[in-house]
Design a binder for this molecule. Structure first.
Ligand SMILES: [Zn+2]
Length: 49
């Protein structure tokens, strides 16, 4: 069984993470472009079939 893979991109630093559709959003982590310990702002970039 194959599941779709979704590429997420942080709209602040441009970091990309690929996750399967079942895994959902990536861990927030820490965004190096934001001051303090702020998480990445993940948004869907594209779906990889
Ligand atoms: Zn970021």
């Amino acid at each position: 069984m194959t599941s779709k893979r979704i590429e997420y991109i942080c709209s602040y630093c441009g970091q990309k993470k690929v996750r399967s559709e079942l895994q959902g959003r990536p861990m927030p982590g820490k965004c190096p472009r934001k001051q303090g310990d702020k998480p990445h702002s993940w948004r869907k970039n594209r779906t990889i079939n």
